[in-house]
Design a protein around this ligand. Structure first.
Ligand code: PRX
Length: 703
């Protein structure tokens, strides 16, 4: 953690892990793996950088081949495959028609078990993408370079719309459907979209949610920020039947299923885009300010997700691949849509909640569809383990490969995943990366490198991570000390910039460790990932979590600033601070501390208003577990809120040195009221590991 004198940085905390036992892949897996010859490690060695990435570029079909693999003339705005031209939709759809026209491209499983599974062959996907592209071009007037906001849940219309945009070179900006209308509105404004594509409703936990109501809210927020949306395209979950209570606005809102009738059988030539043309934006939270629109390129990004999906997920065209993430997150973009479809495999999409209607649902789907590769997040694994630890044994499915992503996974949870879910037959890859990265950064090559529970593995092919201390010195492998994990070199999947904010891009990712701002040598520009990590003697990294003001709740990044600003929209609230609380299932959850304006007394009504404000501004996923109203925040003499003190109270850890506080006397009162209420509710965290204690004790910047 940084920014606060009193706080010991993670790099200084000597932490000693129990070294975990290594697991080796089953011989049967190695025999069929896309990468089983260690020579691949040599091909992607630092000596062969950047030309090694030609191998990934060559997995695509290019309209024009590139002349420069990596252009570093304007650091840190790296350019990959310069001179090349291609179309992402063509690479994910058209090029498979010749061989695999009638093979399933997307298998969509609706949440209600009695509803039919929908299978889209590559030929059908081609038809539907073309018709949608024709509509976007002719009805909306969209052209290459325009941005469009999508606010769509896990329905096949989402990848269809993304690929239709890509066909035209239109930049899609998908907002996770669980985000609120207000959050969507902010992203519409930031991206300058004049078209919003949404849906009337979708199923979640057996209920058909009204989603279209969020569109009206989104448009109002976008307008208040100065952006006018001209068209709202509304898909219908059940074509012909409108499932929302919100009226359609004449002249603005249209039903996509109706309109598409006029575009039947139309074919749109894929627009040949420069490798460096943006393919999409994906917003994510950071430590300061509003969410950042990570801009991903067409050629570099698509090459990177194709190459990593091939080697790290071992996707073969004949696999049935199922990633349980949501396409509204980067994992879904890269490893439900672009990577698997570019490799011509069958990708499974599931609409709903993994435990609906019971803890066996996921395994029933896996058995029925014959899934061979499975991909999910630790939160889901923890949830499935808690609700149905023996459930996987009841179903006759066989995975050859499983991925985990998004959060650190506890070794005992990893072992359940490997032994029970994977039935000791599947390799597991723990993949560490971020929205900004396009694809995996740290993982094991499943046919070659052994697995180690709780560690993601070494840097992936052609990616060279390093752990640096606050001064920029390398923290030795095997030293038992943690530091900031950085990537020494650029890679093709890296974000090009933060949309519209190039200075912020440089500042957030490069300022901390750049050795020479005038240097055009990539070696002077390590990428700062914002995660704490430790490197073991064998070169494997153990990721400890964010070092900035971001709380990772069930794999979703929540910026504390956003949570605090949302709380401050409640008129009674004077000050607000968000802290992470260790949670058995969701990894971390959020608790809010607020103090009220003078003369007001605490009430349940006010805490409910704070929780509701967070739902409105961000979405249900950000709802705090508790909102504590305190008479005053613990503060330094300069008036800064000491978050580590209240984080300690919420987690029942020692709040640490209080001598620097201006009002140390408030701490005991807060501790007493918060902890006695928690004890009364039985809401006490499990025993924390030393690393977790260190995380809490060093949490937060002073404001
Ligand atoms: O803290 C790391 C954690 O998730 C953050 C990135 O979140 P997001 O941009 O939403 O992307 C998630 C999916 C790529 C990281 O900074 N994280 C991601 N993967 C892992 C992880 N922590 C530990 N182990 C992982 N495998």
């Amino acid at each position: 953690m940084s920014g606060n004198d009193e706080v010991v940085s993670e790099a200084q905390i000597a932490v000693h892990w129990r070294e975990e036992e290594l697991f080796y892949p089953p011989t049967r897996f190695v025999g069929q793996a896309n990468a089983s010859d260690p020579a691949i490690l040599e091909r992607f060695s630092e000596d062969n950088f950047p030309e090694c990435f030609k191998e990934y570029g060559d997995l695509l079909e290019w309209d024009h081949y590139w002349h420069t693999t990596l252009d570093t003339s304007n650091p840190p705005f790296w350019k990959w495959f310069v001179g090349g031209k291609l179309n992402a939709s063509y690479n994910c759809v058209d090029r498979h028609l010749k061989r695999d026209r009638n093979k399933a491209a997307i298998v969509w499983v609706p949440e209600l078990e009695e509803d039919d599974t929908v299978i889209l062959t590559y030929q059908e996907l081609y038809q539907r993408v073309n018709e949608m592209a024709a509509m976007l071009r002719d009805f909306c007037g969209l052209k290459a370079g325009d941005r469009v906001t999508l606010h769509l849940p896990m329905v096949p219309e989402l990848p269809i719309t993304m690929l239709a945009c890509a066909r035209l070179g239109v930049v899609h900006s998908e907002v996770f459907a669980g985000f609120s209308g207000a959050a969507c509105g902010g992203r519409i404004h930031d991206s300058g979209s004049r078209v919003l594509i949404t849906i009337d409703g979708y199923y979640r936990n057996g209920e058909l949610l009204d989603h279209k109501e969020k569109a009206d809210e989104a448009l109002a927020v976008a307008k208040s920020e100065g952006s006018e949306v001209e068209q709202v395209l509304v898909w219908r979950r059940n074509p012909g039947k409108y499932a929302s209570n919100t009226p359609m606005v004449a002249g603005r809102d249209v039903f996509v299923d109706e309109l598409l009738q006029s575009y039947k059988h139309q074919v749109v030539a894929p627009v040949s885009m420069p490798a460096e043309a943006p393919l999409f934006l994906m917003y994510t939270s950071g430590s300061t300010g509003k969410p950042k629109g990570c801009q991903h390129s067409t050629g570099g990004y698509l090459s990177y997700v194709t190459g990593t999906a091939k080697y790290y997920q071992d996707i073969h065209p004949e696999d049935t691949y199922w990633c349980l993430a949501d396409i509204g997150w980067i994992t879904g973009h890269s490893y439900i849509v672009y990577g698997p479809l570019s490799l011509g495999t069958t990708t499974v999409m599931y609409e709903g909640v993994p435990t609906y209607p019971d803890a066996g649902r996921v395994w029933r789907i896996a058995e029925r569809l014959g899934v061979t590769i499975f991909h999910t997040a630790p939160t889901t694994i923890r949830m499935l383990r808690k609700l149905g630890p023996e459930e996987p044994k009841k179903y006759n499915y066989h995975f050859k490969h499983m991925t985990t992503v998004g959060e650190p996974i506890e070794p005992e949870v990893w072992r359940w995943y490997h032994d029970v879910v994977g039935k000791n037959e599947a390799v597991v890859v723990d993949t560490w990366w971020q929205t900004e990265n396009g694809g995996f950064l740290g993982s094991t090559l499943p046919g070659i490198q052994p697995m180690k529970p709780g560690s993601c593995g070494p840097g992936v092919l052609g990616v060279f991570p390093v752990v640096l201390d606050e001064e920029g010195n390398e923290v030795e492998a095997g030293s038992g000390r943690a530091g900031n994990i950085c990537i020494r070199n650029p890679w093709p999947g890296i974000l090009q910039t933060i949309y519209g904010q190039p200075d912020r891009f440089v500042q957030v990712y490069y300022e901390k460790y750049c050795r020479d701002k005038n240097s055009k040598d990539w070696r002077d520009w390590p990428y700062f990932a914002g995660d704490g990590a430790m490197k073991a003697a064998d070169g494997y990294f153990r990721i400890l979590g964010r070092v900035d003001d971001v709380i990772n709740v069930a794999g979703h990044r929540l910026g504390t600033k956003e949570l605090e600003s949302a709380s401050l929209t409640v008129p009674e609230v004077a000050e607000a601070a968000a802290v992470p609380v260790i949670d058995e299932i969701r990894g971390r959850v959020v608790e809010m501390y607020v103090s009220l304006k003078p003369g007001l007394s605490p009430s349940k009504e006010i805490s409910d208003k704070v929780a509701a404000a967070i739902e409105v501004e961000i979405g249900k996923i950000a709802r705090p577990k508790n909102v504590w109203i305190v008479p005053d925040m613990p503060k330094t003499r300069s008036g800064k809120i000491m978050r580590r003190v209240i984080a300690g109270i919420s987690n029942f850890t020692d709040p640490g040195d209080l001598t620097t506080l201006a009002n140390a006397e408030v701490v005991e009162g807060i501790r007493h009221s918060v902890q006695s209420e928690k004890l009364a509710k039985g809401d006490v965290p499990r025993e924390l590991s030393p690393q977790e204690v260190a995380e809490i004790q060093s949490y937060g910047h002073a404001d």
